[in-house]
Write a protein that binds this ligand. Sequence first.
Ligand SMILES: Cc1ncc(C[n+]2csc(CCOP(=O)(O)OP(=O)(O)O)c2C)c(N)n1
Length: 688
Amino acid sequence: MSSSATFAATIAPPALDELCINTLRFLAVDMVQKANSGHPGLPMGSASMAYALWDRSLKFNPRDPDWPDRDRFVLSAGHGCALLYALLHVTGYDLPLEELKRFRQWGSRTPGHPEYGKTPGVEATTGPLGQGLANGVGMAIAEVALAARFNRPGHRIVDHNTYVLVSDGDLEEGISSEAGSGAGHQHLGKLIVLYADNHITIEGSTELTFTEDRMARFAAFGWHVQRVERSNDVDAVSLALQNAREESGRPSLIAVRTHIGFGSPNKQDTAAAHGEALGVEEVRLTKEGMGWPVAPPFHIPAEALEHFRRAVARGNSAQTEWESRFKAYGKQYPDLAAEFQRVIDRRLPKDWDADLPTFRAADGPMATRVASGKAIEALGPHLPEMMGGSADLGPSTHTNIDGAGNFEPENWAGRNMHFGIRENAMGAILNGMALHRGLIPYGGTFFVFTDYMRPPMRLAAMDALPVIYVFTHDSIGMGEDGPTHQPVEQLLGLRSIPGMVVLRPADANETVAAWRLAVGRKKGPVALVLTRQGLPVLDLVRFPGIPAGVSLGGYILADSQAGDQAEIILIATGSEVHLALEGRGRLAAEGVKARVVSMPSTNIFSSQPDAYREKVLPTGVPMLVIEAGASLGWKSYVGAQIAVIGVDTFGASAPGPVVMQHYGFTVENVCKQAHALLDQHKEKGSCV
Ligand SMILES: Cc1ncc(C[n+]2csc(CCOP(=O)(O)OP(=O)(O)O)c2C)c(N)n1
């Protein structure tokens, strides 16, 4: 029998259950009331089912929130976070009552929506509806993948459930279908979703918008579905949870008929309970109606606290039991145990990059997506924790690890994932995998379709998650598919996400360096932006600065001849670096000394010390940026004396080179623009 199935709690008598549930309810009510901001309705209605889960099922240790074999709990309906904070406090996490009193205030550990890393026990940043559900799918995938890799007969060291609490909004969002369909297909039996089916959203009743049969929908996805009519029936919710755990072949949805704002005489079952404080008078009426002391606020009855705090002893003993099992495992399988610890700690093995290739000019032309595929092939055998794939574009994105098998219900040890055409869920699943730990998740699609996965990318950056994106078909240079498939503003868009590292390598060798950097970066996502079209290879003999240069974000690829001071700097990224090199040659013939700076990552370059940036881009030297993307952003980036050859409309359907030519990505235009800039500069004089 699995350890998660044997994890048992002391069951409280019904009156104590009710006291505990009301404690959660009124902590949430008081938090929102004190802040005069927040969402009391969902906590009041869902406190009972959350209690049933946390009190009787959830395997967690408040004293070690990072214990690897804990169950995961994601509050996808992040707006209801007052409930989560209340649970964390009463069960004994390091979240003092004072923090509950500072709900939504500057510097508190109780922000307006749960933020990963800010509050112990918060497993994921949630709030954008639907994301948490897909995070849960990613966590459940990580669990079965690690179980397949590490468990051995008689040793189930990876054995936990993933629970998600969702609201109507979570299930209305399209991502819930993407993630739900994927989870059903993968038979993720240890994923259990509690649905707060309260019939209310912000604008009123769900009758306004949301009338399909949700149970039938999830059943059609291949889920096990159950319904609990009375949310306050802790036994019924517990039984449903138990059934869900026993159903090992399908993920579970438990729709619980909850009542938003439960207990509030004037607001229960109305949208008024959703997103604002109940108000002093309504708080009083609610407390009186439920036999709760009106004052002082934040009242926690001693018996309730004592009961909740049993979670500490329970958690400690569950963890100790696991640790002794892990010790026994380590005796029998010392290498596996060490390996498990390594991947959980996100440590890279020795020589992980030993087989990364170096390309020679004779190997070209090569698309950077192809070079990326070769890097993945070289990393795969050294990094068994690398796991990823594509949103049905594997043959184009080159994201497959040869010989690593498909991740599928018959083979959870497979590392090649088929996410299906579900970019939003793919992004959120990658986040869930990273949040779980133990894996290096990556996912690919065409660069333009990052528009479909921006919400999880933003959260990956917010949570500093080490997720790697492989985005191909990176510019108008991809050609015939036309404007719908030609990214223009996406580079600027992704670069503007704080903490997102965007790397657009210029050739095969820069691509390998970009992969080395991406894998080595343990905090924060990295987006690799790669070409469809072949590019010349920049030979390391001629350009030895490439590997170190990429890690600095931008570097002098080719300086003005004979060490003279450059009269103009050509800054380029990706495929346009070659055009810059050509332009430099032509300008030299015309007597103009030009330096070429390759800038695969503006984000990384910006974080370099001033002295280095000044060395690469000295103040006062005019600069011409060549990048097949929106020009906005560059001017403020490198100063005033700058011109940009960019793309500020939507591209066009034609062969790539033709489109590039029409947009001015030609050596003639580079030289023309360089001369214009130099003339302008001379007229103004040096403006330093
Ligand atoms: C993607 C996204 N869109 C919109 C919102 C704003 N929002 C917060 S809660 C909510 C809907 C509330 O309805 P429900 O999910 O049923 O929660 P409940 O009313 O039960 O608290 C909306 C639209 C959001 N958080 N995320």
